[in-house]
Design a protein around this ligand. Structure first.
Ligand code: SF4
Length: 494
């Protein structure tokens, strides 16, 4: 792949104060902190990046710790995400004035000059090269303008590095857990800040990226520009990572990508990915993070209905709007009736299924009647929850040019109505399972002493047993006792 490396012209005035750090020096003893804005895919890419830094000798530290290198993996899906990225970069520079600041990902792909103009930024890398960030760190010269790397994203099949966590990391992580639980002696008291907190969830649930980019070109969406066209991970490479995750004790694999239902390498589809994962001894659960409604293979209903199959009863199928007029302007590939039919088919085929969706409010020209269509549809369908997003104009997308933009107060009101319906539906769904016994995969204990985890059908269960044993990464049966907000309180079954 040829690299298009350019230097920002708009950043000549950038200075990095107190900067005595030698970026070209060996990584040993350098601390790096990672910061992620955005989706599960971004989070899984940050996880891979952290492993590759660790492999090269860096020490991965918590987000709040001092570091010599700060990596920010950005999102650009809405205007507020752009603002959040900028705010985060400024805060990190203030707290770590001597650190090398490297900004990667979707926002870096779409608007590298805007990022390079922020004080403290040394390196900006778009989507194609972001996994190669360590190659560019040694090129940083704090007295020069930031380096911008943004080659064209090509469409070929890709591989991801498959790197286990180092033994040192796992040992430290275990110590950190012990410290959090008050089970370690104080001689290690300086250690928690040396450990990246988000990584302490390892050995429980891990994302497996199988696909990137999108060809669907919905009229509001910047993703095909920020991440390029759809491309797929080599099958053997994803198999290798899945096996490595199992070796590290992961119990649940979440299949992740932008548009995972389109996965295709040779004759292999997402069904082959699931068939392979299902054969892995030691793996307890397979989950699909989100899948486009028109791309769901029918056989998945059968898999989810089979209690012996590891694919859990969970679908997240983005709807976006319940109005055919708006759906057509969004260039979505289904009508409201087709979407509803699919939801009912899934609901009737899979016992105890959790069904989530994304919905957008305030798309240009969305009038009250069209919003009502969305509300009515969501009301009628057996959905468990919705993620509600106000429409945000993204330059370069067809919706950016649409004239009848919706007033922000109207978007806010519509968003609140849908969010409150979602909370109601979530409680109704959770209520259905009270007094039942289900397996929960427990996560790390929180600093307040509580411990929580998810059932297969995505009910968050909280245990309030503050003095009990550490259940992290154990799959245990609990009885669902009572509702607590959007969660359920559980008691361990004897
Ligand atoms: S399916 Fe549409 S909304 Fe989803 S990533 Fe692709 S273009 Fe964006």
């Amino acid at each position: 792949m040829s690299l298009l490396t350019e230097t920002a012209s708009s950043t000549d005035s950038v200075t990095v104060e107190n900067n005595e750090f030698d970026y070209s020096a060996a990584p040993a003893n350098k601390r790096v902190s990672f910061h992620t804005i955005g989706c599960r895919l971004n989070q899984s890419e940050t996880e891979t990046l952290s492993r590759s830094f660790e492999q090269q000798g860096y020490t991965v530290v918590a987000e709040t710790a001092q570091a010599e290198v700060c990596v920010i993996n950005t999102c650009t899906v809405t205007e507020p995400s752009d603002a959040k990225n900028r705010q985060l970069i400024r805060t990190l520079h203030r707290k770590n004035p001597a650190a090398a600041i490297a900004v990667v990902g979707c926002y870096a792909q779409i608007n590298p000059e805007e990022i390079a103009a922020i004080e403290g930024v040394n390196l900006v890398i778009g989507s194609a090269e972001k996994m190669q960030i360590t190659d560019y760190l040694s090129q940083i010269d704090s007295h020069k303008s930031p380096i911008i790397v943004r080659p064209k994203i090509n469409k070929s099949t890709f591989t991801n590095p498959v790197i286990p966590h180092s033994t040192a990391y796992i040992t430290k992580s275990t110590k950190y857990q012990a410290l959090k639980l008050g089970q370690a002696d104080n001689s290690t008291a300086s250690e928690p800040q040396q450990i990246c907190d988000s990584m302490s969830q390892q050995n429980t649930r891990a994302s497996l990226k199988i696909q990137d980019g999108c060809d669907f070109m919905c009229s509001f969406c910047i993703i095909p520009f920020a991440r390029g066209r759809s491309r797929y991970r080599e099958f053997q490479n994803l198999q290798e990572e899945a096996r490595m995750l199992l070796d590290e004790g992961v119990q649940e694999i979440v299949i992740t990508g932008v548009n995972v239902g389109t996965y295709k390498t040779g004759k292999r589809s997402i069904v082959d990915v699931i068939d392979f994962l299902n054969t892995l001894p030691g793996l307890s659960r397979i989950r699909i993070s989100s899948i486009e409604p028109t791309t769901v293979p029918e056989i998945l209903f059968q898999y989810m209905s089979d209690p012996q199959h590891k694919l859990v009863p969970f679908f997240h199928l983005p709807l976006q709007s319940g109005s055919d007029i708006i759906l057509s302007q969004m260039k979505r590939r289904y009508t409201a009736t087709e979407y509803a039919d699919e939801i009912w088919r899934a609901f009737e085929s899979v016992p105890d299924l959790c069904l989530g969706t994304d919905v957008m409010v305030g798309f240009p020209e969305e009038n009250e009647a069209e919003f009502e269509s969305t509300l009515n549809l969501l009301n009628k369908l057996p959905l468990t929850y919705f993620h509600v997003f106000p429409f945000s104009t993204r330059e370069g997308t067809p919706a950016f040019r649409m004239e009848a933009q919706i007033n922000p107060q109207v978007k806010q009101r519509r968003g609140e109505i849908l969010r409150s319906l979602s909370s109601k539906k979530r409680r109704t769904f959770n209520q259905r399972f009270l007094a039942q016994t289900r397996n929960v995969l427990w996560e790390a204990r929180k600093p307040d002493g509580t411990i929580s985890g998810y059932t297969d059908n995505y009910i968050r269960v909280v245990l309030e047993d503050l003095n009990g044993p550490d259940l992290r990464n154990q799959l245990l049966r609990v009885t669902l006792k009572e509702l607590k907000g959007q969660n359920v309180v559980g008691v361990q079954s004897i």
